[in-house]
Design a binder for this molecule. Structure first.
Ligand SMILES: [Zn+2]
Length: 189
């Protein structure tokens, strides 16, 4: 029987990791071999952890190490991928092949970067015909409406510039922060 692939996506703080962890736990509680990989680029934590505190042990993988990812896909039945936008698009054919072999693939990641441009890996995931997309908005940090589809980057409290690097993890030399915002309140210079 073929497997399934689900992509929990949206801006930051929309609950996508919460959904990923909830689904991983449902499978691991039934003693189904379950793993969750996370990219080494995300240095914030070793675990897959939602803002609400729900967590699942993470297996950190070098972002470009597709051979290791291929081996992990062979060994487990349920494979989670957290922060998927940090992995290269080459991960997507591996996940699609795993679905053909009956695996359950659960993916969480941002759909778009701080500019509002879709990450290449997220675009490839959204484009797979088998992907069930669970896309949810977050609450906008400015107007408090539950309609935030964008991730705002602030650099020392000011909106970031369009030509800034795409990946800047919180805690670099200047103060980089991210917050969810609606289309009306998302600003890029
Ligand atoms: Zn707003």
């Amino acid at each position: 029987m073929p497997g399934t692939i689900t992509f929990f996506t949206g801006p930051m703080a929309c609950g996508k990791t919460l959904e990923l962890v909830r689904h991983l736990q449902i499978h691991s509680e039934q003693h189904i071999p379950t793993v969750c990989i996370r990219p080494a680029t995300d240095t914030r934590t070793e675990n897959v952890e939602s803002r609400a505190g729900l967590r699942f042990d993470g297996l950190t993988v070098q972002d470009e190490d597709l051979e290791t990812i291929r081996g992990i896909l062979d060994r487990y039945d349920v494979i989670g991928v957290d922060e998927a936008h940090f992995f290269p698009p080459g991960i997507v054919p591996l996940l699609a092949d795993a679905v053909l072999r009956g695996k359950t693939i659960l993916v969480a990641g941002l759909d778009a970067d701080f500019r509002g441009d879709v990450f290449p890996t997220s675009l490839a995931l959204l484009s797979l015909p088998e992907t069930s997309v669970q896309r949810t908005p977050a609450v906008c940090c400015v107007c408090r409406q539950h309609n935030a589809t964008r991730t705002q980057r602030l650099k020392d409290g000011e909106p970031a510039r369009r030509d800034d690097p795409t990946v800047l993890v919180e805690g670099s030399d200047c103060v980089i922060t991210y917050e969810p915002r609606c289309l009306d309140h998302h600003v890029v210079f």
